[in-house]
Ligand binder design. Structure first.
Ligand SMILES: C[S@@+](CC[C@H](N)C(=O)[O-])C[C@H]1O[C@@H](n2cnc3c(N)ncnc32)[C@H](O)[C@@H]1O
Length: 207
């Protein structure tokens, strides 16, 4: 998968929006690893939750030009940046400023992607709408992620796939157990050690 151009972004804008980092590129690499599998699924609708700068959903859209792509972010400046990243790479992403996928309940996506705020913090640090929302994950670094897990059965098609980036501190086995209760199988698509972080991309699916 091609890395989207980011030369339209002023470095100072990253004071307000998450700057793409190793986790963003691990997610893109995981999607690339599954490229043929995803092409066989021929997805109609894809949603990235928490799109930040928009590099992940833009990379996806560039590889899947017929898939209708949506993104959300709690940080409206991230929504603006996602939109401009899409435009600067000549693709289209419908970008909505919302909490997770709350306003999409009842609509179904074939692919859902999430690189959450995964850093373990105190609960009171998490739940903001600014740059802190990029990293502050609360207890186990999972407070935001766990809320999305509960939404997945309501927004993912039965044939759909959910890609989620986690670190070991998030206790991935607990996430796998939660998703199993909702009827999802899981696989580790890719993992990488980045400085002191063990990052992994999991995928969840029913069929
Ligand atoms: C680790 S950053 C990932 C950004 C981008 N997807 C990437 O991989 O570079 C997490 C993103 O999730 C967003 N976010 C955090 N809480 C959210 C929520 N409740 N609803 C929607 N987006 C949220 C943050 O604003 C941030 O853009």
């Amino acid at each position: 998968m091609e890395t989207p151009k980011q030369n339209h972004i002023d470095k100072a804008d990253y004071d307000y929006v998450y700057e793409p980092a190793e986790d963003s590129f691990l997610l893109i690499d995981a999607l690339e690893k599954d490229l043929q599998y995803l092409k066989n699924k021929n997805p109609t609708f894809c949603l990235e939750v928490g799109s930040g700068s928009g590099v992940v959903i833009t990379a996806f859209s560039m590889a899947f030009p017929t898939t209708i792509c949506f993104s959300t972010d709690i940080n409206y400046k991230a929504c603006d940046m996602t939109k401009s990243t899409a435009i600067n790479n000549n693709i289209s992403v419908e970008t909505v400023n919302m909490d997770l996928a709350s306003s999409f309940i009842g609509n179904k996506f074939d692919i859902i992607i999430f690189n959450p705020p995964y850093v373990v913090t105190e609960s009171k640090e998490c739940g903001g709408c600014d740059i802190t929302a990029s990293w502050a994950g609360g207890v186990k670094g999972r407070e935001i992620t766990d809320r999305l897990l509960d939404m997945i059965p309501k927004i993912l098609t039965d044939e759909g796939i959910f890609y989620l980036l986690l670190i070991e501190e998030n206790i991935p086995n607990e996430v796998i157990t939660i998703m199993l209760k909702y009827g999802y199988k899981s696989e580790i698509v890719m993992r990488r050690r980045v400085r002191n972080e063990d990052q992994l991309v999991l995928k969840f699916y029913k069929n």
